[in-house]
Design a protein around this ligand. Structure first.
Ligand code: GLC
Length: 567
């Protein structure tokens, strides 16, 4: 059963489930809630403290579910609230807590509030829940300002009135199917409190807060020009027009009051892409309690970068009173196995656009390094996040057919280019327009999990998966790896089990190694972690060897490997 320890989350191992790609229980090609329930035994075998479910709410899937049509329900294609309760019960019975993903910055354009806004007049209370403005230009034909969307190009879309004439424009930081809420509106604030209470009352233990830094906007400056959408590069003063405004914290202080009415208090982790110095406030105990540290997502497998990231983030965690989070993968980025296994200097975005044809992935190297990095972060004080499939050593699927791609970042980052092509069959030139995509998108890390070595969709379900899996997924399946000692899965399982036993107070100390390629730290109880990035075989200090991410070499630690010792 769940303990009532209010600090259970501080050093938890949390597994991210992308529900549509986890397990499909009914053969429609989409993973679902019952599929997660079927996977509880597997999740238990990973010694997890919690799982975080990416959105499973009703959605038109314009952005993989991050376009929510109803915050207090389950997408009928994925199941029902009854199925959700059964899943929660099954996970809790194994001591695994559950986080759900809250998407407060924007809803889906299919949300009943947005539909009501469209059916209502400018200036109505229905429109006041979102951000509507008249256009500029003689007939309002120009967007209200030049703000751009994260999913490109403009952050404004013009409406058609019900009589077919052109209407107002509405604001969306992401796709047009994701209209931004107006967080100055008390009705919006109260509705989210209702949503948080709804899931907390059902027994949900925590929340991951999507785009937590963008909720409050400075509407008085919507007449200004704004050319940046990189929230990491804004001035860290809380006064940007769109991101990380000081007032956003009032929202989270109110949420915290609600969280603290539960026993144990509900927890939350912010996805806040803000300069590091500003992250701490989201993580403070009177707000969300924790904020994602994404620094490793953009790092290479490089000793000095890892060292600097760890040192900075442990200090930031100390300042905020929170614990740090360590994340190597998630549903938005190229999988580590691929990042670390491609030749140095590869431009991943371009490589993906080239369908992975321009450089060869060294799978074994990528997996070795990814496992070493994983065991390194697992030993650090704080939370370890694992993205589904990471434990299997899955790689980014780079050659998904363009017709299979679902991500709006693929669909929306397009330019049209005039082209003249010679058609042999007709023996003539034809001039047309070609679509040039500027981003491949994030589908390559969202390909469904392989459960078995054969079968349609490798045991993900009884039919083809919604994103096709490559043939190699068969040999990487859970079934295959479970039988193999030293497989990626076996190494993760052992590491996570040991981590649970070894977990101790949050103090930490770097230990000198004399080799800049080798990092060594110890925890209070003598638990030591040593990683060799790219050095010569490293002679280990005295101690009992507990586990290593790859085999040692004559008792020494080879490069691309992590070892845990007990001094
Ligand atoms: C977050 C999610 C991402 C989504 C975006 C818009 O960054 O992680 O998947 O596209 O928010 O909701």
């Amino acid at each position: 059963m769940q303990s009532k320890d209010a600090n259970w989350w501080r050093q938890a191992a949390i597994y991210q489930i992308y529900p549509r790609s986890f397990k499909d229980s009914d053969g429609d090609g989409l993973g679902d809630i019952k599929g997660i329930t079927q996977g509880v035994k597997y999740l238990k075998s990973l010694s997890l403290d919690a799982v975080w479910l990416s959105p499973f709410f009703p959605s038109a899937l314009a952005d993989g579910g991050y376009d929510v049509a109803d915050y207090r329900n389950v997408d009928p294609r994925l199941g029902s609230l009854k199925d959700f309760d059964a899943m929660l019960k099954a996970l809790h019975a194994e001591g695994i807590r559950v986080f759900v993903d809250i998407v407060p910055n924007h809803s889906s354009d299919q949300h009943e509030w947005f539909k009501a806004a469209l059916a209502s007049k400018p200036g109505s209370k229905e429109r006041a829940r979102y951000i509507f403005r008249d256009g500029r230009g003689k007939n309002g034909e120009l967007p209200p300002n030049d703000f751009v969307s994260h999913f490109a190009p403009s952050a404004w879309t013009r409406l058609k009135n019900q009589d077919g004439t052109d209407g107002q424009w509405y604001f969306h930081l992401f796709a047009p199917e994701q209209p931004d809420f107006n967080w100055d509106n008390r009705e919006v604030q109260l509705d989210f409190l209702k949503t948080l209470k709804f899931w907390s009352d059902r027994g949900v233990d925590g929340f991951r807060i999507d785009v937590a830094h963008a909720l409050k906007k400075d509407f008085t400056r919507f007449n200004k020009s704004y050319d940046s959408i990189d929230s990491m590069k804004i001035a860290p003063n809380g006064r940007d027009i769109l991101f990380d405004r000081d007032e956003v914290h009032e929202i989270y202080r109110e949420w915290r009051k609600l969280f603290n009415t539960y026993n144990p208090p509900r927890v939350a982790v912010a996805e806040a892409y803000v300069p590091a110095s500003r992250r701490t406030q989201y993580a403070s105990p009177d707000e969300l309690g924790q904020a994602f540290n994404f620094d490793l997502l953009s790092a290479q497998f490089v000793s000095k970068d890892f060292k600097q990231i760890v040192t900075t983030n442990l200090e930031l965690a100390r300042q905020s009173g929170s614990s740090s989070t360590w994340v190597l993968n998630n549903h938005d980025v190229v999988r580590t196995v691929t990042k670390y296994g491609l030749p140095k200097g590869t431009d991943y975005a371009q490589w993906l656009l080239d369908d992975g044809k321009t450089a060869k992935l060294n799978l074994d190297l990528g997996q070795r390094r990814a496992r070493a990095a994983a065991m390194f972060i697992m030993a650090l004080p704080g939370c370890t996040y694992i993205y589904q499939g990471e434990e299997l050593g899955l790689f980014e699927v780079a050659d998904l057919k363009h017709t299979d791609l679902q991500d709006p970042t693929w669909k929306r980052n397009v330019v049209l280019k005039p082209q003249r092509i010679f058609f042999k069959r007709n023996n003539k030139y034809v001039t047309g327009v070609a679509e040039i995509h500027l981003e491949k998108g994030r589908d390559g890390c969202r390909v469904p999990l392989p459960w078995t070595s054969t079968g349609p969709s490798f045991g993900f379900g009884s039919a083809d998966a919604h994103l096709p899996q490559p043939i190699e997924f068969g040999t990487l399946s859970m079934q295959t790896q479970t039988k193999v000692k030293g497989s990626n899965l076996d190494i993760y399982r052992t590491a996570l089990k040991l981590r649970k036993k070894l977990q101790t107070s949050e103090e930490f100390e770097w230990i000198k190694t004399g080799d800049p390629q080798v990092l060594h730290f110890s925890r209070k109880n003598g638990w030591r972690c040593i990683i060799n990035f790219d050095g010569v075989d490293f002679t280990l200090p005295k101690g009992e060897i507990l586990h290593s991410s790859s085999p040692l070499k004559g008792g020494k630690l080879p490069k691309n490997t992590t070892v845990w010792l007990k001094a």
